[in-house]
Design a binder for this molecule. Structure first.
Ligand code: 3UK
Length: 532
């Protein structure tokens, strides 16, 4: 395994931008985007302009810059340009609701927001409720034609008026570099504070050691750049070696992914299990030409063995399943090319230590299931302004992942569920409690409990058990109405895919809902069972 030594004074933007210019890679393509391409020199210059633009707005070291951007060259330039001038970019999930944005913008106290025009409608009513936000910069304003003023700027004008030359801010290797928000089962999302050295660590130990990325690679990530997974795949992995990324601003649908693969010939494709399943279920799937791919990667939730085997048999390219987290930044246990155990997460990535412990913190015997702790130097420094959650999760060198695992006799790690109630749905966190709190607001609902239920492919989807108020009977229309009710109020990926009506919920003597009994019910009974 490589050893990574990083100098005390260090700004990671140098490693990802200026180094390629010094080493003669400036004219190589960095990003393919909607039929255009941008070289490493062009992105480095645009990043400098963004950095100078931020300086001109009065942004200082350590101040947060929120990004509500689609995958694009502007995202790349904004992220690296902010880091280069010493500010701290905070990419936000573009699929969330105004309440989520109000919280994250005020919690981070972002001074500037860079937002894509297509998201303006969602954001603009919030602006009076954001006391820390001073400026908004709109990418693609032609689309929204937002009236500009002294605090509302158009990205193209703003960068055109900024100098293309920018000095690196003299940050240390342990300064904050960027944050990513991660949601939990209850309470607000937590800002994971990542440091200047974290991306280098993931690049050296995972991307170089396991994927063997190099400047010949062309990377396509279905996972968006605002996820920790996508940020590595589509941004700092390719920029760490002067390789190429394909950025796609739209929804990562199965057929679209195949079109992008055939059009741009990527060498590595990154997806989540739900996407691989829907790609494989397209009619006549073997007709798609995937011969450019040397590797595929899956993360976000466990990849069922059957999917990995069917993909390998269809396209003759392996999928490497690996587990990562927003806190640890990227993948820390992974299968390897030529060493895949289908259904498992593989073995610890060099640079990371894994430990399985019981509730008392003692290491479990080989083969026993335990709570997974990880040590490694890409772990977030803390959750921003959440001291209790930080202490409960991060213990010195070790972090509690919240996952249960066991190790087989050959050393492969097998996922065995969460220790909280959180669900991973299509690679995104869904909180059952949040869905329950939404459903209970519907006038027909007396009580509800949401659990994860596996679909035909073995992938988990949220399922709601609902007790209706006196005198109401379950109907097909009501089922659809309840789904729509949740969809309107929460981010669209959070709605319950199935709803089962029960006369009452199973409870303990003290009145606590017995979720484990509902989970078993979800596993053994068909979807429409349980109607009274
Ligand atoms: C679950 C997995 C089984 C697990 C992520 C790659 O998913 C990422 O980050 P998140 O913060 O979620 C972390 C949690 O998701 N999980 C992720 N991958 C797997 N479970 N098998 C897997 N392969 O519960 C973990 O704690 O959204 C993935 C790279 C960077 C990431 N941040």
């Amino acid at each position: 395994a490589p050893t990574v030594t990083i100098p005390e004074q260090f700004n990671v933007a140098d490693a990802f931008l200026d180094r390629h210019l010094r080493e003669g890679r400036g004219d190589r393509v960095a990003i393919h985007y909607e039929g255009q391409h941008y070289t490493h020199a062009q992105i480095a210059e645009l990043a400098n302009r963004v950095g100078n633009g931020l300086l001109s707005l009065g942004v200082d070291l350590e101040q947060r810059i929120a990004l509500l951007l689609l995958d694009s060259p502007q995202f790349a330039a904004a992220f690296f340009g902010a880091i280069k001038m010493g500010a701290v970019p905070v990419p936000l999930n573009t699929q969330l609701r105004p309440d989520d944005y109000r919280y994250m913008l005020n919690d981070s106290r972002a001074r500037v927001l860079l937002i894509h025009a297509s998201l303006w409608q969602t954001f603009s009513p919030l602006r009076p409720e954001l006391p820390y936000l001073r400026h908004v910069v709109i990418v693609n304003d032609l689309e929204a034609s937002v009236p500009l003023d002294s605090t509302t700027h158009d990205f193209d004008d703003w960068t055109a008026h900024a100098s293309p030359q920018l000095d690196l801010a003299p940050t240390s290797k342990d300064d904050s570099a960027f944050w990513l928000y991660s949601s939990g089962s209850t309470g607000f999302p937590k800002g994971c504070v990542h440091l200047q050295h974290d991306m280098i660590y993931c690049t050296e130990y995972y991307a170089r050691s396991i994927l063997e990325i190099n400047e010949q690679d062309i990377m396509l990530s279905a996972a968006k750049l605002f996820f920790a997974y996508g940020l590595g795949n589509g941004l700092y992995f390719p920029f760490s070696v002067g390789a190429q990324a394909i950025h796609y601003p739209g929804r990562p649908l199965a057929a679209t992914m195949f079109q992008l693969i055939e059009r741009y010939c990527p060498t590595i494709f990154f997806g989540v299990p739900t996407l691989y399943a829907s790609m494989l279920s397209l009619p006549d799937v073997a007709r798609y030409n995937c011969s450019s791919l040397r590797l595929c990667v899956s993360a976000g939730e466990a990849l069922p063995a059957e999917l990995q085997q069917r993909w390998q048999a269809t396209f003759n390219v392996p999928i490497l399943d690996g587990i990562g987290s927003t806190e640890i930044l990227h993948i820390f246990i992974s299968n390897r090319p030529g060493d895949i155990r289908p259904g498992s997460s593989g073995k610890p990535v060099p640079g990371y230590r894994a430990l399985l412990v019981d509730e008392q913190g003692h290491e479990v015997a080989q083969g026993e299931t335990g709570n997974l702790l990880i040590a490694g130097d890409s772990i977030a420094a803390c959750y921003w302004n959440k001291h209790e959650k930080t202490k409960a999760t991060m213990h010195g060198y070790w972090i509690q992942t919240g996952d249960k695992y066991f190790q087989d006799s050959d050393g492969y790690f097998w996922y065995a569920g969460r220790s909280d109630d959180m669900l991973k749905v299509s690679g995104q966190w869904v909180s059952p409690v949040e869905i329950e709190n939404t459903l209970i607001a519907h006038p027909a609902v007396l009580e509800t409990a949401v659990v994860g239920a596996p679909d035909a492919q073995g992938l988990i989807k949220p399922k709601a058990f609902v007790v209706l108020k006196e005198g109401l009977t379950p109907t097909e229309e009501l089922t659809e109405e309840l789904k729509a009710f949740v969809k309107e109020r929460l981010a669209p990926f959070k709605y319950p895919r199935t709803i089962a009506f029960l006369p009452e919920l199973p409870k303990t003597a003290t009145g606590k809902i017995q979720r484990f009994r509902l989970r078993d019910t979800a596993r053994t009974l068909p979807d429409d069972s349980g109607s009274r």
